[in-house]
Design a protein around this ligand. Structure first.
Ligand code: SF4
Length: 366
């Protein structure tokens, strides 16, 4: 049963220097055509399930004008929504307005996610972002006035132009906003980004680790629960939508470059706007073997603080997880902990999670 849905709005007013997401410049007429196709795509695939999460991401959904946002929500009315749905939209502080927030509210959005990345001027100019403290403060005040009580802000750290003091100030500022959720991203300079073209290099692993440690410590001091490697929230405000990915649950993905996970298949949409506008939505469909499914199950669940439930695993795959992997050594060395019928990576080893997961999968004997 599919309970989660992602909608991709790939338009941006400006391109950030680090961005390798699926996005193009905003152009009014293309957006109108895109929304027509999005409606067709949804109608051709959605089977009427009751959804518990919808996440509108991008790109920058708030780059759409008011009329286009109204049109988008009219399209999304096709979905049957659970009464306690988590309904999120991403926005940028650069182009969010009070009117847009009112449109969100009118159509049932109950979680807002903003890409702030940093409040340090030097960092922002490095990232090619134009955000002012005044705009952020006013927007958050407006959100609260309109009754939004679940707000996420994204933070990027490990920029070659920043040091630990700048990161400390970014964190202090985020805490002063008293938001419910903070997602953190260590800057990784990807191919085909402006940073890569300009030969900018990542900071050292040691410096990255120092910054991650500082984030974990300061979040704890400010009462944010560290519920996933890079995600922190106040109690009760975990992102249900993101948890669906880490729980390895099924989800729909609609729009340019979006991907779905349905009935053991990963379906990826085209990143070509031309193809999408001509109704050729799908790029590839990969049927996953049982081994693939189990590997994803382990890899994704171990990103969470609570780890992987041995009982849920058995119910899902009719196999004992511990018969498929040999983790005695990892348990002995405390890279893994076993408690309450769950296996998890302890927080002080999360920084090594990729290596730990790799080691588990190397010993997989399914
Ligand atoms: S706003 Fe987001 S999607 Fe658009 S260019 Fe910046 S990082 Fe990429």
């Amino acid at each position: 049963m599919i309970k989660n849905c992602y909608i991709h709005i790939p338009f941006c007013d400006k391109i950030c220097s680090y961005c390798d997401f699926c996005k193009i410049y905003y152009y009014e007429k293309i957006v109108d055509k895109y929304l027509e196709q999005l409606e067709k795509e949804i109608k051709s695939i959605y089977k009427g399930e009751v959804l518990e999460t919808i996440y509108i991401g991008g790109g920058t959904p708030s780059s759409l004008n008011n009329k286009q946002l109204e049109r988008l929500f009219e399209i999304l009315n096709i979905f049957n929504k659970s009464t306690n749905i988590e309904f999120t939209i991403e926005s940028n502080f650069e182009n969010i307005t009070e009117e847009k927030l009112k449109i969100y509210k009118k159509h049932g959005i109950n979680r807002l996610s903003f890409g702030l990345e940093s409040i340090n001027e030097n960092n922002l100019s490095f990232l090619n972002r134009e955000i002012t403290k005044e705009k952020v403060n006013n927007t958050i005040t407006n959100c609260r006035k309109l009754g939004f009580n679940n707000i996420n802000i994204d933070l990027i750290y490990a920029l070659p132009v920043e040091d630990i003091e700048i990161l400390k100030k970014d964190l202090e500022y985020l805490f002063s906003l008293n938001i419910e959720h903070i997602s953190t991203y260590s800057l990784i300079i990807e191919d085909h980004t402006l940073l890569k073209i300009n030969n900018i290099e990542n900071i050292s692993e040691e410096d990255d680790y120092e910054m991650y440690k500082l984030i974990c410590k300061e979040m704890k001091n400010s009462n944010y629960e560290h519920y996933e490697i890079s995600n922190f929230s106040k109690v009760g405000y975990n992102s249900k939508h993101n948890l669906c990915y880490w729980d390895n649950a099924n989800y729909y993905g609609f729009g340019l470059g979006a991907s779905s996970y349905i009935d053991n298949k990963r379906i990826t949409n085209t990143r070509s706007m031309n193809k999408y506008l001509n109704g050729n939505y799908t790029l590839e469909t990969i049927e996953l073997s049982n081994d693939d499914l189990i590997e994803y199950e382990i890899m994704l669940n171990l990103r969470k603080a609570e780890g992987i439930s041995l009982e849920d695993f058995k119910n899902k795959y009719q196999k004992e997880l511990k018969e498929l992997i040999n983790i005695d050594e990892l348990l002995k060395e405390e890279f893994l902990l076993e408690e309450n019928n769950k296996i998890r990576i302890p927080e002080d080893k999360w920084y090594l999670s990729n290596q730990i997961i790799l080691k588990i999968l190397e010993g997989y004997n399914g």
